[in-house]
Design a protein around this ligand. Structure first.
Ligand SMILES: Nc1ncnc2c1ncn2[C@@H]1O[C@H](COP(=O)(O)OP(=O)(O)OP(=O)(O)O)[C@@H](O)[C@H]1O
Ligand SMILES: [Mg+2]
Length: 251
């Protein structure tokens, strides 16, 4: 059975794309077949995988019904559905489409008729709009990256609320896989105290793995590489491998 995971937080810059690409790569190291879907009109995941933001076929055309999900096999063995800068327009273009929240779910189901994956990871945009709703409707689990910073908790109530509504109306299978604290610097007292608050508030929903602040994680995408291709011995690689081990245990 394919497990579909949306990496979501409407707050920007919290590490969604970094988590999507490197968790996917870590699961691949564990011999899992992994598909990445870039659902963000910034196309950061697409570029981080070494592709151009001007790929001919993208999730945008597929969402518009022009062709099936384009599955691009990367040299490193991962498969990617690329995005493009036009994708943001889909939010308004599809607004009157019947079943507009179900489009991605349908596209994934069709893709799975011919290709087998153990995991599908969806990189969401920093919003709770139609593209994110499509990701939530298609997913079994959410992974929510959170930075251990002041106000980080503010957005959590909003996410929990949207997840509740999606679960009730669109996708009863949806569950929070876990919150993952990212860009953690243990030298910063504030980082420590905020991460304690997050752990206390969402105890059983917080992954034990904390993703440390690690410059290699910021450098790798510039080279179009994931962290295991860039530097498999760095803390970033160790942390994402540890996160993958927890994700593999999700029921
Ligand atoms: N653990 C980390 N250590 C160091 N840098 C990191 C780490 N995680 C992410 N970054 C860097 O922080 C920036 C934001 O990360 P990322 O793009 O993954 O966030 P995002 O949530 O996807 O952003 P957006 O909301 O714009 O899509 C990037 O430059 C990334 O390289
Ligand atoms: Mg991103």
């Amino acid at each position: 059975m394919t497990k579909i995971i949306a990496v979501l937080n409407h707050k920007g810059g919290v590490g969604k794309t970094t988590t999507a690409i490197n968790l996917a790569a870590a699961l691949q190291q564990k011999k899992k077949r992994v598909l990445l879907i870039d659902m963000d009109g910034q196309a950061n995941l697409t570029e981080s995988c070494g592709l151009s933001i001007e790929e001919e076929r993208t999730v945008y055309g597929a969402m518009r019904g022009e062709y099936p999900l384009p599955l691009v096999r990367l040299e490193n063995g991962l498969t990617l559905v690329p995005s493009c800068l036009d994708l943001s327009a889909a939010e308004s273009e599809l607004i009157n489409e019947p079943g507009r929240e179900l489009i991605l779910k349908g596209l994934i189901a069709k893709a799975l008729d011919t290709c087998k994956f153990d995991y599908i990871l969806i990189d969401c945009p920093p919003s709770l709009g139609l593209l994110t709703l499509n990701a939530l409707t298609a997913s079994d689990y959410l992974v929510i990256p959170v930075q251990a910073q002041f106000l980080a908790m503010r957005g959590m109530a909003k996410i929990t609320n949207v997840v509740g509504i999606v679960k009730e109306r669109l996708n009863p299978e949806l569950n929070i896989g876990g919150i993952v604290i990212t860009q953690f610097d243990r030298r910063k007292t504030l980082n420590k105290s905020v991460s304690e608050i997050i752990s206390e508030s969402f105890c059983d929903k917080v992954f034990k793995t904390v993703i440390r602040d690690n410059v290699a994680l910021a450098e790798a995408p510039i080279k179009g590489k994931n962290i295991f291709e860039y530097n498999k011995n760095c803390n970033g690689a160790k942390d994402y491998m540890s996160l993958a081990q927890e994700v593999l245990k999700l029921k």
